[in-house]
Design a protein around this ligand. Sequence first.
Ligand code: ADP
Length: 261
Amino acid sequence: LEDHLRQALKMEAIGRLAGGIAHDFNNITTVVTGFCELLLTGDLSPHDHVDAIRRIHEAGTRAAALTRQIMAFSHKQLLVQCALNLNTVVRDMGSMVERLIGADVAFVADLAPGLGPVNADPTQISQVILNLTANARDAMPTGGRLTVATANVELGDETVRSHPDVRPGRYALLSVSDTGTGMPEDVLVHMFEPFFTTKGVGRGTGLGLATVYGIIKQSQGHAEVTSRVGTGTTVRLYLPLIDEPPAVADGDGVRAEKGHE
Ligand code: ADP
């Protein structure tokens, strides 16, 4: 691709992103100012006060989530890598994941006993799980099942043949599967690109999977997605296993990571 064309595409993508963010924030401020005006004019019954405050609170929470997502994407967060057990992160996030997917989606955690530790930032891994959970939820508007699983796996020559940048060796696998809409080929080929979204202005930023990809690559990992329209999607993330730190004594190594949460 010629340089100026690449630059033009980048500017177009940034323009689209800025438009999306402006749209999102505009919706949020409309909610906040609208309900504040209603509260200040005294037109609301005491019962409606609580509802108005709840709507303002929701808007604030959405603004914070949006800001976090943009910050995570622009790598403004400090990277704190440590020996981390992915099972610990999944367990800690369980209730948040359940809240995010809603009552119509069942949550199954299938965590491998004896999962080895990886070198990663717990905040970033939480971000990865949140982004994938949000996508799974969006793909299952009428309910379904979200499965988060872990496993110790070996990536051998086959994987390296199709993905020359992957080093053969032992990895911790984190997979997130949904029983949702799945992705057609023309979405699958673009899904990791920043700003690529099929969710429409103000609904998707197109940064979710790009962020996941960036985080996994930063940790020398490997990401794979399989998807079938009408059946669902599985995202598989492989992070290189590190040698078990000698301090780990209890269960599957939960204690050694506690200090980093
Ligand atoms: P966003 O969620 O903001 O659109 P992402 O980068 O997370 O951005 O995803 C890009 C696109 O990939 C989505 O718009 C959607 O079309 C598709 N996608 C991602 N995850 C899934 C999934 N689990 N099921 C179906 N489609 C998905």
